[in-house]
Design a protein. Structure first.
Length: 460
């Protein structure tokens, strides 16, 4: 009987030690291999998915899978349910208290800021496919509103990712497709500002050449001669008017998969007790945190001095490098480069870096609470204190949950094509090369949108 209890305990312990990625490896493998119907079945069999603490990720994954299956209305229904938890995220005091004595994995998952934003990218694509351009524009506008609302909640250590350039690019593309050239020009101009002021420094993303062409073209179409000259000089380019008899294909290339969360830990040294305070320090990272524990007797002070080795776990990202690093579109004997618009991998790392001090504070609060409980138990019974100490060590864990079906990056280009059926080819290169043919029925003076996700990427 004792051996059975021990086996159950060990199995629960090792499952608890597994990261979110390891716990959901089957689903991720199905998505990565393009088995979207099987992935949808796997999700639909998750009886706790829609109500459990990971419901946000459940609905996001269902939204992506339905998008890849061409079920655009159903995809948006799932994304709307995920978005509800961003708009109406409320704390449960019970969950917060439990997290303080265990780890943050016991709480409902609260999305990273960029994850809350990318819901609207997928919803915009769904609306585009449904020919609802106004709905797509609403989603693009919401991106920066969501970012502002999220960042306003942080009193200290605010996120540097506070504006999204690619959202403005998409707004411009959709405005143009809807025939609103003036608003398209404004959206492109806003995108240029954010790429220049934020994206180059934060993410290493330069202004896409396609954006430069879109700015000059809309300035020309609006008769903004001085603005056109300004951008020609700024970009060192000469605008060449296009054939008015053509239509356009806007091709979005979603490449690989974004990072997954893993865990790392910091070992702290207790530097001593002084007037009700202990100080936890780590010389390697130059961290020092004072914690108030109250006035203690000499015996209690001696006990705290013996707490010389303490560990706190924090999340980190593990990059999944894509197999392909470059892509072009071949059409009518011409080559068009797909240009990087959003580096989701870089945004993810930056967002986690921006909130690391907030994460540190939460981790230290968790450590302080655990140690306080341990000392209370030790005062009652030495063996009980030892047991609590072991449980504290076993339950110390970072939150390794994240939206793992997101792409590594998004690139795009605009291709002028003749009216009628056109054959184009996506050519990808990197650690291997591949070509995928497509056919598009193009209408004169109209824009056709298409998104393709290359699933080839390193896995953990």
């Amino acid at each position: 009987m004792k051996s059975k209890i021990l086996t159950i305990f060990l199995s629960l312990f090792f499952f608890g030690c597994a990261t979110y990625y390891e716990q959901n490896i089957k689903l991720q493998s199905l998505i990565a291999s393009g088995q979207f119907e099987a992935a949808d079945k796997e999700l639909s069999n998750d009886s706790k998915g829609a109500e459990g603490k990971n419901r946000y990720l459940y609905f996001c994954n269902r939204g992506v899978v339905c998008f890849m299956n061409g079920q655009y209305e159903l995809s948006n229904n799932y994304f709307n349910q995920a978005d509800y938890y961003v708009e109406d995220f409320s704390k449960s005091f019970g969950n917060e208290a439990l997290a303080l004595i265990t780890n943050p994995m016991v709480k409902p998952y609260r999305p990273e800021d960029f994850e809350a934003v990318l819901i609207h990218f997928y919803k915009a694509l769904n609306y585009i496919y449904l020919k609802d351009y106004e709905g797509a524009l609403v989603e693009c506008r919401r991106v920066n509103i969501v970012l502002q609302k999220l960042n306003d909640k942080y009193k200290k250590n605010k996120n540097k990712y506070s504006r999204d350039a690619f959202a403005h690019c998409m707004m411009g593309l959709i405005y143009e497709a809807a025939g609103n050239t003036n608003d398209a020009f404004i959206a492109y101009r806003n995108a240029l500002e954010i790429y220049e002021e934020d994206y180059k420094e934060l993410f290493g993303v330069n202004v896409p050449e396609q954006l430069k062409q879109d700015l000059m073209r809309t300035a020309h179409q609006l008769g903004f001669g001085s603005e056109l000259n300004f951008y020609e000089n700024k970009f060192d380019l000469k605008y060449e008017p296009e054939d008015n008899e053509k239509g356009h294909l806007v091709f979005f290339w979603l490449n690989g998969f974004g990072p997954v969360k893993d865990e790392w830990s910091i070992n702290f040294t207790n530097t001593g007790y002084n007037d009700g305070w202990i100080t936890l320090a780590n010389e390697e990272h130059d961290f020092s945190f004072p914690i108030y524990i109250g006035n203690k007797s000499r015996n209690d002070q001696a006990a705290f001095k013996n707490l010389s080795f303490l560990r706190v776990a924090f999340p980190k990202y593990h990059e999944r490098k894509p197999i392909f690093t470059k892509a072009t579109i071949s059409a009518n004997s011409e080559e068009y480069d797909l240009q990087l618009g959003e580096d989701i991998n870089a945004v993810a790392f930056q967002c986690l870096s921006d909130r690391m001090m907030r994460e540190m504070a939460a981790g230290i609060a968790r450590l302080a609470t655990k140690k306080a409980l341990e000392e209370v138990a030790r005062n009652e019974n030495e063996n009980l204190g030892t047991i609590v100490s072991i449980v504290n060590a076993m339950t110390e864990k970072a939150d390794t949950r994240n939206w793992q079906s997101l792409p590594y990056s998004i690139s795009y280009c605009r291709i002028p094509l003749d009216e009628g059926m056109n054959s184009v080819q996506l050519n990808t290169s990197g650690r291997m090369q591949n070509s995928v043919p497509f056919n598009f029925d193009i209408k004169k003076n109209q824009t056709t949108f298409f998104a393709f996700h290359n699933l080839e990427s390193d896995q953990r």
